[in-house]
Design a protein around this ligand. Structure first.
Ligand SMILES: [Zn+2]
Length: 136
């Protein structure tokens, strides 16, 4: 069984306010890597009092800082997208419809070796662009 949003927040030492629970819950249940605007659209009316844009942005920042979710950038200069999958992984962007898929980190052989001695790499992710062909 999957961990609840509230448990996830407690685990990361974040007080589970209703706003944080609603946004975390939404991100745990979607694989679409939404932008802040898309998160706002999805959760705006989830609570008795409508969520403001500022609240959604602030909440997303708090969740990123505490490691509950991570920011993902799939286009240079593009806006941040939010991902509840905080394990190390890569992404595949379907250029026909913009859908973003998680690619397991192990799917790509480690790349550090080829740059050894020139750069010290602390982290990296790879984004693939193409078309999904298995019709899933
Ligand atoms: Zn992802």
């Amino acid at each position: 069984m999957r961990i609840s949003a509230e448990e996830m927040l407690n685990l990361r030492g974040v007080r589970p306010t209703p706003q944080r629970v609603v946004i975390t819950e939404y991100l745990l249940n979607t694989e679409c890597h939404p932008t802040a605007e898309q998160v706002l659209d999805a959760v705006a009316n989830a609570l008795p009092v409508p969520l403001s844009k500022a609240t959604v942005y602030n909440t997303l920042n708090t969740l990123v800082e505490s490691g509950v979710i991570q920011e993902v950038y799939t286009e240079p200069g593009g806006c941040a997208r939010y991902d509840a999958n905080v394990t190390r992984h890569h992404h595949f962007v379907d250029t026909r419809n913009g859908r973003i898929y998680d690619i397991p980190f192990e799917a790509i052989p480690t790349l550090e070796k080829s740059l050894e001695g020139k750069f010290k790499i602390n982290n990296y992710t790879v984004t693939f662009y193409g078309e999904r062909v298995d019709d899933a």
